[in-house]
Design a protein around this ligand. Structure first.
Ligand SMILES: Cc1ncc(COP(=O)(O)O)c(C=O)c1O
Length: 385
């Protein structure tokens, strides 16, 4: 069982690595480009039209309607606007679920490795994260999950496709997890913020029989390069939404009104060019790293590559520190995402192709030279461990 502090280890390590002045950063999960013109224009137009007043707490009507339609098309089951809350990004949606549905001391199953934001959201509600180690190929271990369920377990959190591993959950496994949630009366919180940037279909349709306990967490941040807008959404059963809206209102009142009009315009933009750019970057990096002997799990969705670096160096934190010092490339140690992430590093590949090619060349140089001579140990500051 573990819980971490509220300050993000991703941001802490990014700041630490920046002290070495990297000229290539593959750390943060955000696109370098600005949000597309039509999305910005829609927000500006809303401002000009005076849409500057308090929005309804759960979101403006046209956006809730559009999101319900969008969810219905993707999931294949009926979704009504009353099942949607527009949130300040996926992170608020996660914290909202924890604050609105969990009591202090109740437990939630999380995967190891996982996005550290789950742990900080749970901590905010004084709930406990119960870590479930994934299999060697980064799939949830249903038996391990079942063994960890207690009378005070209330929910489980999944991420499809996953940060940091890039993996989808196999349909049969997902169905078994749905059965677990149903049998033990758990909320099934599924974070799908990378779904639109996937190379293949997610198997979420298998969760249809369990949809009354399913809470989908989504965001405009990644597919539409809108990380700074802070707009996301949550889709769940009407009974869950009724519990969460008052908490959302108490916390934030609502989401910036003109940002919501921008988000509405985003739904009309196809993220295909970004998907292609990412697929290209992933191909370039995977082929370079595989050629120099690093095992790379196939990226099935999202834009993170999670190579196993143990053939080159046992300690992923040392790898990240030495790589930034010797080659000016910043990547994140996999152990920031949980013990099962140790021996891996996370490369965020949503940037420009030329930069990814440069980074690939330098990482190969680093791996090749580290294989030739024993590594010099560099001690990271204690607060970064
Ligand atoms: C898996 C996952 N969920 C949620 C978030 C939070 O996204 P948002 O910007 O919408 O708050 C992130 C951000 O990186 C993420 O990787």
């Amino acid at each position: 069982m573990s819980a971490c502090g509220t300050s993000s280890p991703i941001r802490r390590w990014t700041a630490l690595l920046r002290q070495f002045h990297p000229d290539i950063e593959l750390t943060l999960g955000q696109m370098p480009q600005a949000t597309a013109g039509p999305i910005c224009d829609a927000a500006i137009e809303a401002l000009r039209q005076g849409k500057t007043h308090y929005p309804p707490a759960a979101g403006i009507d046209p956006l809730r309607q559009a999101l319900a339609k969008w969810e219905q098309q993707r999931r294949g089951w009926p979704v009504v606007p009353e099942q949607i809350i527009v949130t300040n990004g996926a992170q608020e949606a996660l914290a909202l679920c924890c604050l609105g549905l969990l009591k202090s001391g109740e437990e939630v199953l999380v995967q190891d490795p996982c996005y550290p934001g789950y742990l900080s959201a749970l901590k905010t509600a004084s709930a406990l994260a119960v870590v479930c180690p994934q299999s060697a190929d980064f799939q949830p271990d249903c038996e391990a999950m079942q063994r960890r369920i207690q009378p005070h377990t209330r929910a489980l959190i999944l991420n499809v496709p996953a940060n940091p591993t890039g993996q989808m959950i196999e349909p049969r496994r997902l169905f078994r997890i749905g059965q677990l949630a149903w049998r033990h009366d758990l909320f099934l919180i599924v974070d799908v913020v990378y779904e639109e940037l996937s190379q293949r279909e997610s198997a979420l349709a298998v969760l249809r029989p369990f949809r009354d306990r399913l809470i989908l967490i989504n965001s405009f941040s990644k597919p539409w390069a809108m990380t700074g807008w802070r707009v996301g959404w949550l889709c769940g059963d009407v009974s869950v939404i009724k519990r969460l809206v008052p908490v959302h209102q108490a916390l934030v009142s609502g989401v910036c009104s003109f940002a919501q009009y921008g988000a509405l315009a985003a739904l009309r933009q196809d993220p295909e060019p970004l998907r292609e750019q990412i697929a290209d970057n992933v191909r370039v990096m995977t082929s370079a790293l595989t050629c120099c002997g690093l095992r790379c799990p196939e990226v099935q969705g999202g834009f993170y590559l999670f190579p196993d670096i143990r053939r080159c160096m046992a300690d992923d934190r040392q790898f990240a520190l030495q790589l930034v010092q010797k080659q000016g490339v910043a990547v994140l140690p996999g152990s920031l995402f949980g013990q099962r992430g140790a021996g891996h590093v996370r490369l965020s590949l949503c940037g420009q192709r030329a930069q990814v090619e440069q980074a690939a060349e330098r990482i190969v140089r680093f791996v090749t030279s580290a294989a030739e001579k024993p590594a010099v140990q560099t001690t990271p500051p204690a607060d970064s461990r």
